[in-house]
Design a protein around this ligand. Structure first.
Ligand SMILES: Nc1ncnc2c1ncn2[C@@H]1O[C@H](COP(=O)(O)OP(=O)(O)OP(=O)(O)O)[C@@H](O)[C@H]1O
Length: 510
């Protein structure tokens, strides 16, 4: 939880900050609205803003909206100044907190924000049983291996276990082992001393030390190189780590959670994953069912995201029609909850009135037949399954007429609409999405590495989205986490990364 305090809070900054820090929040402070906007633009990141009621909250919230920065804002002021409180709430603040700060009130607000952004929505008995198991294992210090297909909510489950554990007031630190190159992952996890290698200009603490007394999530652990697996095993067994370049081991107290979307047992059998490490980490196993195996969750999660994105885009209340719900229930959801989330995000932006009908439901993975040849009950190329579907269920270039105020190009713009060149310098276009991609454009890519093309695609999409990470991740079909990891890597390698709200040149941290 990262808290940004804006203004002087009538001289109570230190007290409020201390209370928040005690609850595990990372607190930063700026005096002015401009300072806050700059920090948020530069991706400094915050989960909650506490702002002095004396500042111009309406202008601040309007600027956030204009720049599509979604963040809850809580106003703070002396005592119970009812008029100021009403003004702040009218301007869009979620809450009004009276000063001097009250520890319980601040704790409740922080908790509500944390719950809101990481709550697990479910009603299917299969998922409820999985949550019960998580509840049982959470209080212990045992390692937990969380498995499930991509997009089922493994990271969400890890956060849930941390929240329910005795370590909930301590840091939760996640490392995506697949997104970090092997040579960097070692220093990311274990840290390094100054001069340990070329470029190590200062000591850097690794994620193990950052997570000390708390929980470390090793996301996509199956991707870790065997050499590092050995070092990880030692860290877990000995409860100490060696920073690169140091002969002095550092004691650590970290609970490990790990996720994998591969079958780790077969990775062990094929020699790609150490058996001893597997048994160390697999003290408890929590297997999250695929979304299609918990059909009762589909309507509830769909409604949840419908509300979330309608609120985020200021589009008022929306409801799904029966036909639209039928389509959602019948779909195979190979991309699981992430795919459903993206589908609902698009539906919100494409629907015109209060009702969201089948015409707004674009099931982009229709073209991926379910494994084993099974189809959803509605054929992929049926106009009902996807009203925009072309032959084979692909989505044609720009078939919709967006209603005013929506930003469909951010979500469904075809590659040709992007101001980009995916090919070598000077060539235009490229169609990595289904439908419409021709051999000419593909030929333009020959001679370039996949990593190179991927970087261009990601950076151009981000530029197109004015630096908005969420929109870019949606268009790219990758998780926001994967996008952030990639951006960090590109930034480290010297590529200019657009900051939120920027379409262009400014460098920012991912
Ligand atoms: N039950 C749920 N309720 C609400 N949101 C959910 C639920 N399950 C997943 N999500 C959302 O779906 C998205 C994907 O979840 P998450 O990143 O946890 O999946 P994952 O299994 O870790 O994916 P990957 O394997 O690709 O890293 C996130 O935005 C998450 O908040």
């Amino acid at each position: 939880m990262r808290l940004l305090i804006v203004g002087t809070l009538e001289g109570y900054i230190t007290a409020a900050g201390k209370i928040a820090m005690k609850r595990g929040a990372k607190v930063s402070h700026t005096d002015s609205i401009e300072g806050a906007l700059n920090a948020l633009r530069a991706a400094a990141g915050a989960d909650l803003v506490m702002i002095d009621v004396k500042l111009d909250i309406a202008t601040f919230i309007d600027s956030l909206k204009a720049e599509r920065i979604t963040i809850p804002v809580v106003a703070c002021g002396i005592g119970t100044d009812a008029a100021a409180a009403v003004r702040a709430i009218r301007a869009g603040a979620k809450e009004y907190l009276p000063l001097p700060p009250n520890a319980e009130l601040i704790a409740a607000v922080l908790e509500a924000v944390a719950e809101e952004s990481h709550s697990i929505v479910c009603s299917d008995p299969a998922m409820i049983a999985t949550l019960r198991l998580a509840d049982q294992v959470a209080p212990s210090d045992a390692s937990v291996m969380i498995t499930g297909e991509s997009g089922t909510g493994k990271e969400l489950m890890a956060r849930y276990i941390h929240r329910k554990s005795r370590r909930s007031g301590e840091p939760f630190v996640a490392v995506n082992c697949a997104a970090i190159p092997e040579n960097l992952l070692e220093s990311e996890l274990f840290g390094h001393e100054k001069g340990a290698f070329t470029g190590a200009v200062a000591r850097r603490l690794g994620k193990f030390e950052e997570a000390n007394n708390g929980t470390l999530l090793l996301d996509e652990l199956s991707e870790m190189h065997p050499r590092l697996q050995a070092k990880l095993l030692r860290a877990i067994q000995e409860k100490e780590i060696d920073r690169i370049g140091s002969a002095q081991p550092v004691k650590i107290n970290v609970r490990i959670l790990a996720t994998s979307n591969r079958n780790l047992e077969s990775e062990v059998r094929s020699g790609n994953f150490r058996e001893d490490l597997y048994f160390r980490l697999n003290v408890f196993a929590v297997a999250i069912p695929a979304l299609r195996e918990r059909p009762a969750d589909i309507p509830m999660i769909a409604e949840h995201f419908l509300k979330k994105y309608a609120d985020a885009n200021g589009l008022g209340d929306k409801t799904l029609t029966d036909d639209a719900m039928l389509m959602l229930r019948a779909h195979h959801w190979r991309g699981n909850v992430r795919e459903l989330e993206n589908t609902m995000h698009r539906a919100v932006l494409l629907s015109r009135g209060e009702e969201v009908g089948p015409e707004a439901i674009m099931l982009t993975s229709q073209m991926l037949a379910p494994e084993g040849g099974g189809q959803s009950s509605i054929p992929a190329n049926s106009p009902v399954a996807n009203p925009f579907a072309g032959p084979g269920g692909t989505v044609p270039a720009a078939p919709y007429a967006p209603h005013p105020g929506a930003q469909p190009p951010l979500v469904v713009a075809p590659p040709t609409a992007l101001p980009t060149s995916y090919g070598p310098k000077g060539t235009k276009g490229g169609a990595p999405y289904g439908g419409g991609g021709g051999t000419t454009t593909l030929q333009g890519l020959i001679g370039r590495t996949v990593a190179d093309v991927e970087r261009d695609l990601i950076l151009e999409t981000l530029t197109h989205c004015l630096g908005n990470r969420t929109h870019a991740a949606n268009i790219l079909g990758i998780s926001i986490r994967t996008l952030r990891n990639k951006l960090k890597q590109y930034g480290d390698e010297g590529s200019p990364v657009p900051a939120p709200g920027e379409g262009g040149e400014q460098r920012a941290s991912a």
